[in-house]
Write a protein that binds this ligand. Sequence first.
Ligand code: NAG
Ligand code: NAG
Ligand code: NAG
Ligand code: NAG
Ligand code: NAG
Length: 554
Amino acid sequence: MLPVFYVSPHIPPCISMRLFLLSYVLLQLLLRCLSTKERLQSQAGDGCGHMVMYQDSGTLASKNYPGTYPNYTLCEKKIQVPPGKRLILKIGDLDIESQKCESSYLTIQSSSTLHGPYCGNVMPVPREIILDSNEATIHFESGSHVSGRGFLLSYASSDHPDLITCLERANHYTKAEYSRYCPAGCRDIAGDISGNIGEGYRDTSLLCKSAIHAGIIADELGGQISVTQQKGISRYEGVVANGVPSHDGSLSDKRFIFTSNGCNKSLSLEEGFLSKSQVTASSYWEETNEFGQLFQWSPDKAWLQVPGLSWASNHSSNREWLEIDLGEKKRITGIKTTGSGSTMLNFNFYVKTFTMNYKNNNSKWRTYKGILSNEEKVFQGNSNSGDIVRNNFIPPIVARYVRIIPQTWNQRIALKLELMGCRIMQANSSFTHSMWQKPSQSTETSLGKEDRTVTEPIPSEETNLVLLFNYFNIFTAMSTPKIKLSDKSPDCKHLTCCWKQIKQPFTRHQSTEFTISYNNEKETPQKLDLVTSDMAGNNCFPCDAFILLCLQSR
Ligand SMILES: *[C@@H]1O[C@H](CO)[C@@H](O)[C@H](O)[C@H]1NC(C)=O
Ligand SMILES: *[C@@H]1O[C@H](CO)[C@@H](O)[C@H](O)[C@H]1NC(C)=O
Ligand SMILES: *[C@@H]1O[C@H](CO)[C@@H](O)[C@H](O)[C@H]1NC(C)=O
Ligand SMILES: *[C@@H]1O[C@H](CO)[C@@H](O)[C@H](O)[C@H]1NC(C)=O
Ligand SMILES: *[C@@H]1O[C@H](CO)[C@@H](O)[C@H](O)[C@H]1NC(C)=O
């Protein structure tokens, strides 16, 4: 018997038993606590920061990068690329406070060679390390220090000798045209970008983050980017796209533009599209104001090019949907969305996140999934009612019908949208661009998988009366109704919209083969097959679209 039992003989045995158990449990907890603290000190991952690793490439940084890494920390990670290939590492930044690399350093250990230790803040460190094997262990540790950013590095397989890190900016390059390989994981790296896909990015922008913003590569995967440098413009517009914000930027000497396959035209601006295509919804909201005017937030209001009200659902549930019938199977590469306020100021309705379903003539609805995960992809939509937010589909959706299913929203589900893409035939010839060919399990397999079908919406009781009041007050307060609401018969004279003209930076060229070489390190020429298609005709902005509508209705 244990002595604890005999400590207080006057206490009944059941209670002393409980006391014993309690003290035992407390002791155990204490011990566990201590050992966790000890273990934490030596845990291989606690000095690691941002990390995205994919089979072909990845990005690793020390904890808090680009802030100061912690005292007494350790980060040890094994990285690898497919067998038979060699591993290429690019060190983007290394700033480790240490005189002789005793207590704080970075090493890279492959099966046969130890690279490093590296430390300091000037770069006697190689920017590129080509290993003789397909795997290596990154080891970073620190002692006590005051400052230092730690490290940021990227890796890829030897198939991509033109690998860069997430920190490269376009103004590091002087060539008019070049192509590089972006690693996976550049989206969440600190650093500014300004501009947008159409007019280009300010040359101070991070290249790979801009490519994610532009929808050229997916963050989970990385990929090849092709860039053209051009004369700068006086102002760069900041917009949110693919979960990345770009910022407004001022005049710069140079800007850069990504070469894409051209499958990015507005589908709703195609000739006859607005009449051929159909929009339907699970429900819509209908209201009569105090003057007896009827406002229908019907699905046909959902086109971004049509000014006025947006579509709004009658109910608030995550089973509401907006469905678009494109009339024929198309390749859909992106979607732009906005809330109620892009043309109707003062309504604060917008969709924050949404998912997509798609199908063809007689098939079942399929869920759109991200490029790597087997889960439904949740798109980051709007964060206010007025700005237009773009999301790209990598891989593209090939379908005739798509459904947007709002998951979260502000006040009420309300949406205006535009789909981007191209005809299948048109896409066929230009789909030689490398980004669409990897990974091999892209479009076709994700089309082939069976997913859940969307069930009919469940009506919800939720109605917001305060909201309705606001709506009517604001509406009657609008002194000059510049936009004619009944867009069933649009009258061009009553419309206001802004004309914008963009100079097309590209001249038409097809399948240009060219050779590039690198200005740093080894001269490794690489042949690229670049295809740009006709850029004309997609500089249409709301006005263009609306005139089109006017012309069609005459
Ligand atoms: C590390 O510890 C020293 C001494 O305690 C302290 O002055 C320093 O700020 C610490 N550094 C970090 C990055 O926390
Ligand atoms: C489509 O891509 C081309 C080439 O990158 C670009 O010039 C054009 O502005 C893009 N169009 C849209 C609508 O984004
Ligand atoms: C909206 O829902 C309410 C109650 O659920 C219903 O009475 C009304 O008819 C619906 N409005 C429309 C336009 O469907
Ligand atoms: C789908 O339906 C459209 C018209 O309803 C038809 O023209 C087209 O051929 C059909 N496509 C397939 C693959 O059945
Ligand atoms: C489209 O692609 C298929 C195979 O990918 C090819 O056989 C066909 O000739 C292409 N069509 C056109 C018009 O380029």
